[in-house]
Ligand binder design. Sequence first.
Ligand SMILES: CC(C)(COP(=O)(O)OP(=O)(O)OC[C@H]1O[C@@H](n2cnc3c(N)ncnc32)[C@H](O)[C@@H]1OP(=O)(O)O)[C@@H](O)C(=O)NCCC(=O)NCCS
Length: 182
Amino acid sequence: MKCEKHIEVTIRPLRLSDAAAVQRYASDERVARTTTIPQPYPENGGENFVRKGISAHRNREAFYFAIVADGDMIGVVELGAVDYEKRSVRCDFGIASSHWGKGITTRAVALALHYAFCELDMEIVHSACLKCNPASARVLEKNGFQETEGFIYNSSKFKNEPARRFQLTRQAWITAQTEGIS
Ligand SMILES: CC(C)(COP(=O)(O)OP(=O)(O)OC[C@H]1O[C@@H](n2cnc3c(N)ncnc32)[C@H](O)[C@@H]1OP(=O)(O)O)[C@@H](O)C(=O)NCCC(=O)NCCS
């Protein structure tokens, strides 16, 4: 899978010390634009997010991983909306705009998928993105996700925004691992 070869990408559970990095990248309008991240980002937003993530991870309600590139915490990949009965999770992600376009998120999502299928024993991982966010769709496609449907997203931040749903089944993931995906 393509990632600039000299960049080492790892994921690990969030730590309190990640709050400043989250605060920095989440305050960036380019990162907030296509996500539920509030804008303007509150002063204590990074710390609140990290505290919530650590607590949810500890309680196995959601799994928040820091994305670390060459030793720097630059973003988060999250396995949320955990349904242990249906064995399904939702994958969300975002990284600092200074690091876009280097294959880092694609690699981080691949690592999170490994965790979802091998550690959590999930059967299906789903995700979604706004239609105006082709980079996010591409990250999902490069990890083997199939687009399932379009829908209209409404929230306090977005009104009638066209969006796309994706899913990856355990079987498709296993097949992609053996065949190789690009
Ligand atoms: C979406 C996001 C996570 C992508 O991260 P990234 O590390 O740049 O992703 P990668 O480099 O691994 O892959 C990006 C892919 O999208 C492609 N891409 C980027 N901009 C694109 C565009 N405007 N149209 C089509 N493809 C585009 C890249 O070319 C690359 O594909 P390729 O390897 O086939 O060339 C990043 O842009 C981000 O953090 N955005 C803000 C938060 C966000 O939107 N999160 C997703 C919410 S659903």
